[in-house]
Design a protein around this ligand. Structure first.
Ligand SMILES: [Fe+2]
Length: 299
């Protein structure tokens, strides 16, 4: 089935004063529609027709050369704008404010504070020369900010887009003329963090089920890694810490510190057991504790 422009979840004027009705009408009804029409025309009657952009964009190099650039720009434009329009809501009615829960934790793990994240996103949006996008993405273990030019999407590089700000002039020129920085600041007032959090929750993460089942000896008792608690981690940290510096156990100091780090993460996340932590964090802890072996290329 050919692509079509999804309806907005809000009225054209609902994002005012941050983004005007005039901008929304031309952006959604004209620009987004144009990407859809051109993508459909290029893919019509080919074996690629109707394949969703999320499957199509990572395989652009397999497309016939004569349609590759058109598809890249227009299926990309279609996909990017789907993400963009779905990521906004009227200020105070789902839009603006700060994320919460696991998404906020992930943002703080990378950027330290939400404010630093915003500043970095604004700087990324300003750094894009010409037309493009700044993105918050998930790389399988953490969140990062990347930029793309034209209508490229991070999915082509194996990253999961969580949030994207459109910095093509058509996104802001009617409202902000050449003041892109003012537009990006205003756009934050209408970001729908609930939608972004859902994308974060759905992003592919490492399968840690086998790690959670690994046996671990705590004070002489055989346990399973996933069931360990804050007290267990503190006990291990203290017991191994006391052995640090003892010649025959060369790695004990770093492993004691890794147990301390795990205790800090369990406490910081309010997690009852290791299994309640985010999978990337579980995997990192298991590596640092030598519960699983490093993968090829990691040492
Ligand atoms: Fe756009």
């Amino acid at each position: 089935m050919a692509y079509s422009v999804p309806d907005l979840n809000y009225a054209y004027d609902a994002l005012e004063p941050h983004i005007s009705e005039a901008t929304m009408r031309v952006h959604h009804d004209k620009h987004h529609q144009a990407y859809v029409d051109k993508a459909n025309a290029a893919l019509d009657a080919t074996e690629w027709e109707g394949i969703k952009p999320i499957k199509l964009l990572p395989r652009l190099d397999e497309l016939p050369e004569e349609i590759r650039e058109t598809v890249r720009n227009n299926a990309g434009g279609y996909y990017n704008h789907n993400i963009f329009f779905r990521s906004m809501a009227p200020a105070g009615e789902g839009g603006g404010g700060e994320p919460a829960g696991k998404l906020l934790n992930a943002i703080k793990d990378t950027f330290r504070t939400f404010e630093v994240f915003k500043e970095t996103m604004e700087a990324a949006a300003m750094s894009t020369f010409g037309s493009g996008w700044a993105w918050l993405v998930h790389d399988g273990s953490r969140v990062l900010i990347v930029t793309t030019t034209n209508q490229d999407n991070p999915i082509t590089d194996g990253l999961t887009p969580l949030l994207g700000v459109d910095v093509w002039e058509h996104a802001y020129y009617l409202d902000y003329e050449n003041r892109r920085a003012d537009y990006v600041k205003a756009w934050f007032e209408v970001v729908n963090w609930e939608v972004v959090a859902k994308r974060y929750a759905d992003a592919p993460v490492p399968d840690v089920s086998h790690i959670l089942q690994r046996p671990v000896s705590i004070s002489g008792t055989q346990r399973v890694f996933g069931e360990l608690t804050l007290d267990d981690a503190r006990t291990q940290s203290a017991e191994l810490g006391a052995l640090a510096g003892w010649g025959p156990m060369a790695k004990v100091g770093s492993i004691a510190r890794a147990w301390g780090e795990l205790a800090k993460n369990l406490e910081g996340r309010g997690a009852a057991t290791v299994a309640d932590l985010e999978p990337p964090m579980i995997k990192q802890a298991a590596l640092d504790l030598w519960i699983i072996a490093p993968e090829r290329g990691m040492i």
